[in-house]
Design a protein around this ligand. Structure first.
Ligand SMILES: NC(=O)c1ccc[n+]([C@@H]2O[C@H](COP(=O)([O-])OP(=O)(O)OC[C@H]3O[C@@H](n4cnc5c(N)ncnc54)[C@H](OP(=O)(O)O)[C@@H]3O)[C@@H](O)[C@H]2O)c1
Length: 311
């Protein structure tokens, strides 16, 4: 099976396609013939060595990738999936078997859900990891319908799902993004779009003078965005949080690995896609041999929709 791999940490040039032995699914596992896998910021962190402490104990070649879509081609004992099922899955890449960016991937059955009717495998691959991240963030914030949610980085993959899932939960969503993304975010259901930058807090407070009930910080702004949150509200941090909280605001550290086998949550995300309440965005597709180019594109910023490697 062909896989996008790297054997040393470094720039996009360390990525190489290798032919590796295919694995058999064990008890409770399923093997997927992968059609598409996405490139996410965490893959860049893994490849560059920025997150090398999380890779200790693993042997190269490493296989990045945290989400995919494809067709089941083998099942282990105790799995309810059947060969031929069109599925999407979240994958934890820091394991001996590696991540999603491979023609053939074995995952626990609970990491898998059916691809919604009428959805391409390229589009479905963009949902599991970032959709589950937002579901976890919203579950941690525990907001009630009618409450306010601000989302930084709202035009990104996490941010776009945060806007739409927030709306689906009955929240009033304020998106923080570049003015050029306003039309997109209104379409996704944001009640208001606030221009990103140093004045973002002030602009949020103009709209919600007491501060928002919750905030998902997909742009990783950190402590400087806290003043946008009301006393006793909550902030969901997707890449850790440095510094102190203030005014009783709860800081929720979001780690999607907690939901890596939350089949029910992933299935529900698929249903929201089928109902037209969740929008899947593919920016561009690449063959595995051009994965390095996709990494460069994502690192440069400004990508709207996900970059997808198609096998
Ligand atoms: N903890 C977890 O389990 C978990 C899971 C998934 C993702 N994450 C993390 O979540 C973060 C977002 O991921 P992603 O895939 O959504 O990235 P993305 O698609 O690149 O989106 C990030 C967005 O933030 C925008 N942005 C940058 N600075 C901003 C600012 N100051 N104000 C408002 N928007 C700003 C970017 O705009 P430009 O493109 O114009 O720069 C981009 O639209 C990453 O750090 C990722 O590693 C964590």
């Amino acid at each position: 099976m062909r896989a996008v791999t790297f054997s040393q940490f470094g720039g996009p040039e360390v990525l190489e396609v290798l032919d590796l032995p295919e694995r058999e699914p064990g008890p409770g596992q399923v093997r997927i013939r992968v059609a598409a896998a996405t490139v996410n910021p965490t893959d860049i962190g893994f490849r560059s060595g920025r997150q090398s402490s999380q890779s200790s104990g693993l042997q190269p070649p490493y296989i990045p990738g945290m989400e995919l879509a494809g067709v089941v081609d083998a099942v282990g004992p105790g799995s309810d999936w059947r060969p031929g099922d069109r599925v999407m899955a979240i994958v934890i890449p820091r394991r001996p078997e590696g991540g999603a960016m491979s023609e053939s991937v074995v995952v626990p059955s609970g990491s898998v859900a059916r691809v919604p009717e009428g959805t391409s495998l390229e589009a479905a691959a963009t949902l599991p990891m970032n959709g589950l991240t937002v579901r976890l963030a919203l579950d941690q914030l525990g907001l009630k319908p009618g409450e306010t949610l601000a989302v930084t980085g709202a035009a990104g993959a996490v941010g776009g799902y945060a806007v739409e899932l927030g709306v689906a939960d009955g929240l009033r969503v304020i998106a923080v993004a570049a003015p050029s993304d306003e039309a997109l975010l209104k379409k996704l259901g944001a009640e208001a779009v606030v221009a990103r930058g140093e004045d973002a807090v002030e602009r949020i407070r103009q709209l919600v003078p007491g501060g928002v009930d919750g905030l998902i910080d997909a742009a990783v702004i950190g402590a400087p965005i806290l003043p946008a949150v009301r006393d006793g509200g909550g902030l969901a941090a997707v890449r850790g949080f440095e510094g102190e909280t203030e005014r009783g605001i709860a800081i929720h550290l979001v780690r999607v690995t907690e939901y890596a086998e939350n089949h029910a949550a992933l299935d529900r995300l698929g249903q929201l896609v089928a109902q037209g309440k969740l929008t899947l965005r593919v920016a561009e597709t690449f063959p595995p041999e051009r994965a390095g180019e996709a990494h460069e594109r994502l690192a440069a910023g400004g990508v709207r929709g996900r970059l997808v490697i198609v096998f």
